[in-house]
Write a protein that binds this ligand. Sequence first.
Ligand code: AMP
Length: 502
Amino acid sequence: MNANLVAVFLARHAGHEAKPALIWQGEAVCTFGELPAMIGRYRAALAQLGVTRGARVMIKAENSPGFALTYLAVLASGAIAVPVNPAYTASEVALLIEDAEPVLLVHGSATAVPEGDRPKRLTLEPDGSGTLAELTAGLEPDLAVEEMAETDLAAILFTSGTTGRPKGAMLMHRNLSSNVAALYETWRFSDADSILHSLPLFHAHGLFVALHLGLYSAATVHLLGKFDAAKVVALLPSVSVFMGVPTFYTRLLEREDFTREATAAIRLFISGSAPLLPSVFSAFEARTGQRILERYGMTEAVMITSNPYAPEGRIAGTVGYPLPGVELRVVGGEGRAELPPGETGEIEIRGPNLCAGYWRRAEATAEAIGPDGFFVTGDTGYRDADGRVTIAGRSKDLIISGGFNIYPAELEMVLAEVDGVADVAIIGVPHPDFGEAVVAVVTAERADLDPAAIEAVAREKLARFKQPKAIRIVPEFPRNAMGKVLKADLRRQFAALFQGRE
Ligand code: AMP
């Protein structure tokens, strides 16, 4: 059987030929019946530029139907898609080009790309125009879908790691098809669904979760160029599923027209890519009567855990249970032994979702994936007696103060509950006595937020060693494209807070 993900998708569209596969700016781009020819035309265009089996094609563009079609055509050609953040500078992309050696760079003309004529280039504008569209227009579609093995590569995604050189996670066709099948079951997708998609397509969440679920379920995807709270509220009545990062939900809750009525057509709101504050989960439930379903994943392993589908099983601050087929363990201490329930340690995973390693980085791969096949996620957390997982934070964000381990997520959840606090980022900064000192960086909901109120709650609810040694209110946090707080930036900003104190 052809393990090419595109073949997996197309085989599931029988009977849905007349239904729109993709909607963009209110108009159907193509039906499921027209999709093979659309992909085929892009495939024929790519072939003219030398895209063959195993070649890499870098896509650096804003969301558009052309992005999705280029991606699918790359896979249909047996080539490897390398989506990159359109916000990267020319010098950042130059490094990724050097590493991935793509034969072709497909890019929006508004995004920065290095000068020169290597690799070859085609332009792809958000409105669908550009040299790629011109080329496809005159071509006969190539309807063939290259025969691939399960372990052949489909995509390389550079991890959004905030430190060190980006590493390319090598995703195999098997990773993507097994993961979308697991999500389809867990989240009860069907051909009756339609998905409102406002996540960036260059990231695993937008590409492998939102887009793939539509194609796998034969469910229409309403694609937006980017998240826009007003547009989302307007479109919610016409779809059944919405997926977002936590900041999307915060933005929606700021709007008065985001009401129970506005969300009545939605059967499922999903959140991931960063921790969802329990305060946002509760505010959302109070407003809409619905519970957000939180899941946990990462570029290297697509989706790993999910809260259960049954609303009563969705618990704020937890990420639920491993997806079918995924093994998860929490290890720590000497010899990295598996820890008992309730103890926080490093999360390791194994399963059909796990990537083949890092592109041309044998050493980094060997460091991350042990001889028994378990991958060190770089996240810390614990499991309950029944196996439910709670994330405590990135291992590199762990704070060691006076010899005690402090997990930021625990403190963030407690302090976010303080009246007037919008969000909290807990960081560790150098301290002459304690090694590291806990600093609470806070954004306020109200201008008159008093740090003393935060201090009082910390004293009441947190053991002394966990209480912040300083509280700083800032207008906003530095965040990456997925809304994740850039803690390394905050640590740099506050590095000198305790310098010179004895
Ligand atoms: P990325 O590779 O950009 O998708 O980032 C993956 C990282 O995001 C994970 O290793 C986690 O640290 C974080 N992450 C993803 N989902 C969640 C979640 N639901 N709760 C907490 N952290 C999350």
